[in-house]
Design a protein around this ligand. Structure first.
Ligand code: B4P
Length: 192
C-alpha cells in the first residue's frame, strides 16, 4: 500500500497535481479542502462551522478535519493507497493520521512538498479568485492570512516527517507538466 502526502503552502498546486497522480497511480484522493467545500455548499452544521474559519483564511479546528478523514478512511478500507491533499496541516493532525493508519496496519510512505515562491502563490490564488467563487481566494488580505497560517501551523509538520526520513521537496514553480514529472520520479522511486 502506498500512502502519499502532498504538502505545501496554499496555491502550491496540491489539488492540481493530486488530480494527475490519482489518474496515473490509482490512489484514492482525500482532500480536506474539497471535503470542507462540499460540506459548506450543502450547508451542513460542519460546513457552517468550517466557513467561519475558511472565510478568514484560518485553519479549521483539528477535531473537525481529523473526524472527517477518519470516517473517509473507514469508508474506503479497500483502497490500494491514499493521497492526502491539504492534510495534515498541523502537527496534531499528523500525529492523529499516524495513529489512524497504524490501526489499519499501514503508514505514510512519503511526504512530497511543493516549493513555490510567495509572490507566485499570491498571484495564483488571486487569479483563481477571479473565477472560482472561493471566498478564501478573492481577497488579498485573506490570501496572505492563509500564508501566515501555513508558516505558523503547517510548516512544522515537515519536521514531524523529516525525523522519519520521509520528507522530500519538489520544485513547484515550473509548468503543471514539469511539476508532475518531478513528482512522478519521486513516486516511481518508491515503487521500485
Ligand atoms: P485547500 O483547498 O486544501 O487548498 P489550497 O491551499 O487552496 O491550495 P492547493 O495547493 O491545493 O492549490 P491548487 O492546486 O488548487 O485549502 C483551502 C482552505 O480549507 C484552507 O485555507 C483551510 O482554511 C481549509 N482547510 C483545508 N484542509 C484543512 C486542514 N487539514 N486543516 C484545517 N483547515 C483546512 O492551485 C492553486 C491555483 O494555482 C489554481 O488556480 C491552479 O490552477 C494554479 N496552479 C497550480 N499549479 C500551477 C502551475 N504549475 N503553474 C501555474 N499555476 C498553477
Amino acid at each position: 500500500m502506498v500512502n502519499l502526502i502532498l504538502f505545501g503552502p496554499p496555491g502550491s498546486g496540491k489539488g492540481t497535481q493530486s488530480t494527475k497522480i490519482i489518474e496515473k497511480y490509482g490512489l484514492l484522493h482525500l482532500s480536506t479542502g474539497d471535503l470542507l467545500r462540499f460540506e459548506m455548499a450543502a450547508k451542513t452544521p460542519l460546513g457552517q462551522e468550517a466557513r467561519k474559519f475558511i472565510d478568514q483564511g484560518l485553519l479549521v479546528p483539528d477535531e473537525v478535519v481529523i473526524g472527517m478523514i477518519s470516517s473517509k478512511l473507514d469508508a474506503n478500507a479497500e483502497a490500494r493507497g491514499f493521497i492526502f491533499d491539504g492534510f495534515p496541516r498541523t502537527t496534531a493532525q499528523a500525529e492523529a493520521l499516524d495513529k489512524l493508519l497504524a490501526l489499519k496496519k499501514t503508514s505514510i510512505s512519503i511526504v512530497l512538498a511543493l516549493e513555490v515562491p510567495e509572490d507566485e502563490l499570491i498571484r495564483r490564488l488571486l487569479n483563481r479568485g477571479l473565477t472560482s467563487g472561493r471566498s478564501d481566494d478573492a481577497d488579498e488580505k485573506v490570501v496572505k492570512a492563509r500564508i501566515v497560517e501555513y508558516h505558523s501551523k503547517t510548516a512544522p509538520v515537515a519536521d514531524h516527517y523529516a525525523r522519519f526520513g520521509k520528507f522530500r521537496t519538489v520544485k513547484g514553480n515550473g509548468s503543471e507538466a514539469e511539476v508532475f514529472d518531478l513528482l512522478c520520479r519521486e513516486i516511481d522511486n518508491l515503487l521500485v
